[in-house]
Design a protein around this ligand. Sequence first.
Ligand code: FEO
Ligand code: CA
Ligand code: CA
Ligand code: CA
Length: 603
Amino acid sequence: NGKPSRPAEGTDFEPVEPNTADAVHVPDGYEQELVIRWGDPVLPGAPEFDFHNQTAAAQARQFGYNNDFVGLIPQDGAGRRNLMVVNHEYTTEPHMFPAGSYDADNPTEEQVRIAWAAHGLSVVQTLRDPRGGLRVLPSRYNRRITADTEFEVRGPVAGSDPLKTSADPSGRSVLGTLNNCAGSVTPWGTVLSGEENFHQYFANADSVTDPVEAERLRRYGLAGGETSRKWERFDKRWDIAEEPHEPHRFGWVVEIDPHDPHAKPIKHTALGRFKHEGAAIKITKDGRVAAYSGDDERFEYLYKFVSNGRYKPGRSAHARRHNSRLLDDGTLYVAKFTGDSPASEIDGSGRLPSDGEFDGRGEWIPLASGTTSHVPGMTAEEVYVFTRLAADRVGATKMDRPEDVEPNPVTGRVYAALTNNTDRGAAGKAAADEINPRDGNRNGHVLEWEEDRGDAVSTTFAWRLLLVCGDPAAADTYFGGFDKSQVSPISCPDNLAFDSHGNLWVSTDGNALGSNDGLFAVPVQGRERGHVKQFLTVPIGAETCGPVVTDDVVLVAVQHPGEGGTPENPQSHWPDGGNSPARPSIVAVWKRGRFGRPGHIGR
Ligand code: FEO
Ligand code: CA
Ligand code: CA
Ligand code: CA
């Protein structure tokens, strides 16, 4: 007890102390460098960023705003060249323009078009610099996807009535993707990205009087009149009174093929419609494709899709096309969890029950398979488009904001970040249970489960909590059974990644302990299981996204630095310093002298 233990393979670094600096702090002996910032050129002919003279045409060729998910896809055996794919989740216009030039009540059309162009994704080719870091190359692979890019709708509800609009009577062609939060690189080398809080872009839900339609909108948080961004003034598709079906065309998992800059991106309806944090793939023992996905809102659910068809290994154009099609035909499930401790021992305080674990069993409840609904009173079409309502009906377990879900490639177990839920146990809301064991959950927890027979096709599983986050000195925290006097405080887990040793890396969003957000490494096996160590911190007001953890470099997306400030009183000038505006950016971190030498990121 209290004795420093021998670090797990891959986590041998001195933890970074919590802080509130306007900087990225990394462990002693590590180096950092910017890879790309909001506004930096992506496409040929893109101008350099000019904060005082922005145009939509320039932004559509430059790196977008508020980078979130980062995927790094090697193009050669040595990983010298990589395609880097980045989500641009959302815009905060007051931070994007010089003080006094953005009137939230009356944005100009050009400002609104800049915001459309700042959403979506970027693809850039990068070259590893032997001295450290990644250089963005001018390349034919470089691509911007924005709120105007055409997507192909695929899967069971492509072409169905709820997806048809006056601009798209086919119901198969959608312009744009919005609020792309987390994501994953598929085994076939494409990227899946979740459309999360899409409700905020649509105006005038309160014009809908039909009670069934109104309930469907309400269940997705579509409410009220004008939106804060006022996009509806410049394109009627953002106005539900004009285009009642347009919101049904968002809230999907999208797939981007970065190897083919001309490939039309896809919206996969078979994975259901909700506030997808992201989606991540695991191959089943019989070669099918399972996709895990969380719906990030208080009291929402965890989902799994399992394909009917079988995976073809490889990243050839043929394999990419084949495997992408697998995501259009299968069964969509939602998770139900039961605890194994008596209800009397689960009192909302977060104290461990007498068996020493928050743990139990779970089952995947089928919602729909192709054109067949498994939900009484709902058609398959309704299940896919209004998935939340389907999950409500089958008694799925209401969770504390499911964020990223990722399978561990080393152990095969699956992990989910449950970021927080301050409404847990509030009047009229669901009370604490063994899997969401704290009322007023401010710091979140991390869930681990193992599908029965270790097979992602199983419809039953065993689960336990790996971390109950917060101040390790507090009685309501748990660090996988590890000695709490040795761990870093961690709050509000969001994105998850694994290193080649199978250690879990957790990035945070909204640290409720008063320090900046950061990135943490935690072994999940052996004597070091639960030994959380902070690897880096991000600037004030920022959220830590990405992350990518390879054997010799870590990439994080620093999202919304200085978001708590105002244009008149900026909180952050990161990364350029002085009086410059804060710019969301990607940062590379490596161990000094060890870049390009595998196995050394945490050693
Ligand atoms: Fe966009 Fe759920 O974080
Ligand atoms: Ca238990
Ligand atoms: Ca997130
Ligand atoms: Ca989040």
